[in-house]
Design a protein around this ligand. Structure first.
Ligand code: CO
Length: 134
């Protein structure tokens, strides 16, 4: 059911420093910061030949990244995103297996302008999983 790895998201305590490191030390193609107020994050997209990395930094006091950075002050992998063809069919299949969908259970429009859902990390070996319909 799942397709390509769309991106790995890394929460970072210093967005400028992390962007500079990916650009200058790792030699990656690093985009400009984008504010996503609906998701409480500022995102920097990094294009790799086979996938993307998203650097996540909190935007606003209610950002979901604030708690993560409190527990992981140096930053860390926040979630991974898999592509699916039909996000409703994927959701219905997953919930039939007992997996929990976060929030209302209805897809939201994600940072790429496409429908996304998040699956409970406790149901996926401690890893927050995002599904994106492509
Ligand atoms: Co994501």
């Amino acid at each position: 059911m799942i397709g390509r790895l769309n991106h790995v998201a890394i929460a970072v305590p210093d967005l400028d420093a992390a962007s500079a490191q990916y650009r200058d030390a790792l030699g990656a193609k690093v985009g400009a910061p984008q504010h996503e107020p609906d998701h409480g994050v500022t995102v920097v997209f990094i294009e790799l030949p086979n996938t993307k990395i998203e650097l996540l930094y909190p935007l606003g006091e209610n950002s979901p990244i604030n708690g993560f950075l409190e527990k992981n002050p140096a930053g860390g992998i926040h979630h991974i995103c898999y592509e699916v063809d039909d996000i409703i069919a994927a959701r219905d299949h997953l919930t039939s297996t007992g997996a929990r969908v976060l929030g209302s259970g209805e897809p939201k429009i994600g940072a790429h302008g496409k429908p996304v859902l998040f699956l409970h990390p406790k149901d996926f070996n401690g890893c927050l999983v995002e599904l994106e319909q492509v």
